[in-house]
Design a protein around this ligand. Structure first.
Ligand SMILES: Cc1cc2nc3c(=O)[nH]c(=O)nc-3n(C[C@H](O)[C@H](O)[C@H](O)COP(=O)(O)O)c2cc1C
Ligand SMILES: CCCCC(=O)C(=O)O
Length: 396
């Protein structure tokens, strides 16, 4: 691994905030608002970012950093860095190549990818484009269990190595701009893993029928395509014992089961109790419960409770290489980024995702070198301090 470079390649886009600004002009309003907004007043969305500011790095010096190794192991895969692409729905809204472009960029960069249940490309095609890096299928466990079972069987067959069961969505959060814009999936796009029997087993739904039993607030995010399962995402009946047991059985030996959306030590302990293989500390990018704790603030109690028994990942608001370093120093094993990849896609398709991944991974490598760390496993809380509102600095 050559020494990290401080010079990015695309001078119009030097960091992810540039990418956000540039991408905003590449999307129609409906798409931009759907991707970028948070729930309600977007307090948690904002705090996911700002919470990182209360940590500062304690760099160590005079340690040969001519060779820095940012690689990290995730789900039995050696990734080029401890940063993966979080599952985000409907990527073809950003670019016609959608999830295929994301997967191809991940493959080139050696970066792990999570695919949303609500992808606009089939999980088989994404696997073909992403190869070993396409490891995770994100799952919403539908009330209609056979629907989920079919998806799991396909993912196993295609070679996915884990399912991330999203657990922060018992009901859908209120996203006001979606309501205002009357968000819907344009007619030329499909939720690919369900539409038109893409799995050979799919079934048609009359628009409207699938909404029975949902409140107005839940129905509103439902793309009104001829076939859609969007509203099934919110399943209020899920519970630890019955559902995790069922899921583990369906996944068998081939696929690990992670729960995505854990935010407390209590639930982390329940995850261990029910035999879950890993946790993603997440609040859905601030799109579900507004007022929930920023993920980096929830992380320490979860790391403490888990005691390294299972991997702890985190996502939400990670926009800088230094954020990645801070999350790992606080005990996360791996981090995921959501929206920046969508911005990259909107900007230039695969090339934009290449750029996004390069920007944040280069920043992370640079941060490691400047902090005096040459291996990801050595990043620890010794490298961080916490700074409170009055400027008081404390060791962790
Ligand atoms: C537009 C959009 C769509 C998303 N779709 C899904 C999804 O289908 N399933 C899921 O579990 N999480 C979904 N998420 C949440 C992400 O997986 C991730 O938790 C979040 O984006 C991380 O925060 P960040 O965007 O600040 O990096 C979505 C997020 C966004 C922004
Ligand atoms: C339940 C909605 C599916 C997509 C998603 O998770 C999101 O928009 O955040």
């Amino acid at each position: 691994m050559p020494p990290p470079s401080a010079t990015p390649h695309d001078l119009s886009c030097l960091h992810l905030r540039d990418l956000e600004r540039i991408a905003a002009d590449c999307m129609d309003r409906q798409t931009r608002d759907y991707y970028n907004e948070g729930a309600d007043a977007s307090m948690t969305l904002a705090e996911n970012h700002t919470a990182y500011n209360k940590y500062r790095i304690r760099p160590r010096v005079l340690r040969d950093v001519s060779r820095v190794n940012p690689s990290a192991s995730v789900l039995d895969f050696t990734a080029s860095c401890p940063i993966g692409v979080a599952p985000t729905a409907m990527q073809c809204l950003a670019h016609p190549d959608g999830e295929i472009a994301t997967a191809a960029a991940c493959k080139e960069a050696g970066v792990a990818m999570g695919l949303s249940s609500f992808a606009t490309k089939s999980l088989e095609d994404v696997k073909a484009a992403g190869g070993d890096t396409a490891r995770v299928l994100q799952l919403y466990l539908f009330e209609e269990r056979e629907e989920s079972a079919r998806l799991i069987r396909r993912a196993r067959k295609a070679g996915y190595k884990a399912v991330f069961l999203t657990v922060d969505t018992p009901v859908l959060g209120r996203r006001n701009l979606e309501i205002k814009n009357k968000f819907k999936l344009p007619p030329h796009l499909r939720i690919a893993n369900f539409a038109d029997g893409a799995n050979g087993e799919g079934k048609e739904e009359k628009s409207g029928d699938s909404e029975a039993g949902y409140t107005e607030g839940e129905k509103r995010v439902m793309p009104r395509g001829p076939v859609t399962f969007h509203s099934h995402a919110a399943n209020p009946t899920l519970e630890w014992g019955r559902d995790i047991t069922w899921l583990k059985k369906e996944c068998g030996e081939d696929m690990k089961v992670y729960v995505k959306g854990v935010a407390t030590a209590e639930d982390a302990l329940l995850a261990i109790k029910y035999g879950v293989d890993g946790i993603v500390v997440s609040n859905h990018g601030g799109r579900q419960l507004d007022g929930a704790l920023a993920t980096v603030d929830a992380l320490p109690e979860i790391v403490e409770a888990v005691q390294k028994k299972i991997p702890v990942h985190v996502d939400g608001g990670i926009r800088h290489g230094t954020d990645v370093f801070k999350a790992l120093a606080l005990g996360a094993d791996f981090v995921w980024i959501g929206r920046p990849v969508l911005w990259g896609l909107a900007y230039k398709g695969k090339e934009g995702v290449d750029l996004c991944l390069r920007l944040i991974s280069d920043e992370f490598k640079l941060c490691m070198a400047l902090a005096g760390v040459t291996s990801v496993k050595d990043i620890s809380k010794d490298y961080l301090v916490k700074i409170d509102r009055s400027g008081f600095v404390s060791r962790l």
